[in-house]
Design a protein around this ligand. Structure first.
Ligand SMILES: Cc1ncc(COP(=O)(O)O)c(C=O)c1O
Ligand SMILES: NCC(=O)CCC(=O)O
Length: 429
């Protein structure tokens, strides 16, 4: 496999960008290879600068549920760009997108657009603290909510992959307001609330965690969280940056049938452009400036290009509910094919999947939390990853990430992936 041009570009990048990348996970450190530099994407494929083609299961880390350069999204962007790139003034399309989000997710009566998932969760915490007048936040070990100070503690995703779940630079007096809890552990949560319940502003959770691999919360656990937060007057925040419009049009909360107080979005609602959002009940959201006293702002928030890409994506998803049925079918096919390979080769692996988010863990434990996820053999994953890349299948370069199937993946793509996975696994045992 030739990655020579990518290697050169990576060396150049390292001269002027820390680690050569603008987000750590892109450096492929944990799989010890140089990352391909991407030239373009189309549908389920990405093409690198050395002429290699890959079936892409990263989809820009989740946003591209319709695949790369979907013609309608591209058209909407071209139309928007001809009119202007940003005004820093209200536009009609912001209300249109806000309305679509509110209609899709009943717990969200009002929503504020920001520019990333990080901003969404950071602002949601400020809102929860301002609304409740309390400081403490509970987050779960292995959940990742972006890189704001309060949340970069026992975090998943790149922080976990790169071994820095607690980053230097986060002041201790900020960190002490974050309590970390075990995912899916009811008795652990009970204890936390018994000790600190009166001081807890919010519990934030990825309902279907996607940043320690894919690890869904158990239904009883979610019901318990809803009940205990309500009992103590704390807010329940669902981080649906990854799951929103992904696992179902109405989000993970529609699968659990639980309404959080605040929901965070990102990824899909920007259709591949930089967007995040947070929303919730009118009474809570009305605390945000200028309606209320809690401040949060953004020069480029509600950017017309980002709104155009997001709105077009959501409209396509809403008008074509069969997309979700097909995503389920294709993802199930992939999941079962991968399981079958593992069985045929007599290997040990554990699988989690919800809709088009899936993960194969190199462990024989059932993966239900951070401890079981991190029992995976990451060096085996690295070998597998490299074998798959060589065979033209681009997975997320870490054991602790989800694979995403998109509407643009064909059954032939999936079957090819299953075949190549068999060959890759055979090579590494
Ligand atoms: C669940 C979750 N929350 C928050 C974020 C942060 O979003 P962003 O990278 O857009 O800041 C991510 C991904 O990065 C995520 O997966
Ligand atoms: N699951 C991890 C992410 O979505 C974040 C990507 C990044 O940090 O670049």
């Amino acid at each position: 496999m030739n990655l020579e041009r990518s290697r050169q570009l990576f060396e150049d990048a390292k001269q002027v960008i820390p680690g050569g990348v603008n987000s750590p996970v892109r450096a492929f450190r944990s799989v010890s290879i140089n990352p391909p530099f991407i030239r373009e994407g189309k549908g389920s494929r990405i093409f690198d600068v050395d002429g290699n083609t890959y079936i892409d299961y990263v989809g820009s880390w989740g946003p591209l549920i319709l695949g790369h350069t979907h013609p309608e999204v591209v058209r909407a962007l071209k139309e928007a760009i001809d009119k202007g790139t940003s005004y820093g003034a209200p536009t009609e399309i912001e209300t249109e997108l806000a309305r679509m989000v509110c209609e899709a997710v009943p717990s969200v009566e009002m929503v504020r657009m920001v520019n990333s998932g990080t901003e969404a969760t950071m602002s949601a915490l400020r809102l929860a603290r301002g609304y409740t007048g309390r400081n403490m936040i509970v987050k779960f070990e292995g959940n990742y909510h972006g890189h704001s100070d309060s949340l970069l503690i026992r975090a998943g995703s790149g922080a976990l992959t790169h071994g820095v779940p607690d980053s230097p630079g986060v002041p201790a007096d900020i960190a002490q307001n974050t309590i970390t809890a075990n995912f899916n552990d009811i008795s652990g949560m009970k204890e936390i609330f018994q000790k600190r319940g009166e001081n807890i502003a919010a519990v934030i959770i990825e309902p279907i965690a996607g940043n320690m691999g894919v690890v869904p919360a158990a239904q009883e656990f979610m019901e318990f969280l809803r009940a205990i937060t309500a009992e103590y007057g704390a807010l329940l925040i669902f981080d649906e940056v990854m799951t929103g419009f992904r696992v179902a049009y109405h989000g993970a909360q529609s699968l659990y049938k639980i309404q959080p107080d605040i929901t965070c979005f990102g990824k899909i609602i920007g259709g591949g452009l930089p967007v995040g959002a947070y929303g919730g009940k009118r009474e809570i959201m009305s605390m945000m400036s200028p309606a209320g006293p809690i401040y949060q702002a953004g020069t480029l928030s509600g950017n017309p290009l980002a709104m155009a890409a997001g709105l077009t994506t959501l409209k396509i998803l809403k008008d074509n509910p069969s997309i979700y049925t097909e995503l389920e079918e294709k993802s199930k096919l992939l999941d079962e094919g991968l399981k079958d390979n593992v069985r045929k080769l007599g290997l040990k692996a554990s699988f989690n999947r919800v809709g088009s988010m899936l993960c194969m863990f190199f462990t024989d434990q059932e993966v239900v939390n951070y401890q079981s996820a991190t029992s995976s053999d990451t060096s085996k994953f690295a070998l597998y990853f490299e074998e798959m890349l060589k065979r033209g299948v681009y997975l997320a370069p870490s054991q602790f990430e989800a694979s995403f199937v998109s509407a643009s993946h064909s059954k032939a793509d999936i079957n090819y992936t299953i075949e190549q996975s068999y060959e890759a696994l055979k090579r590494i045992i």
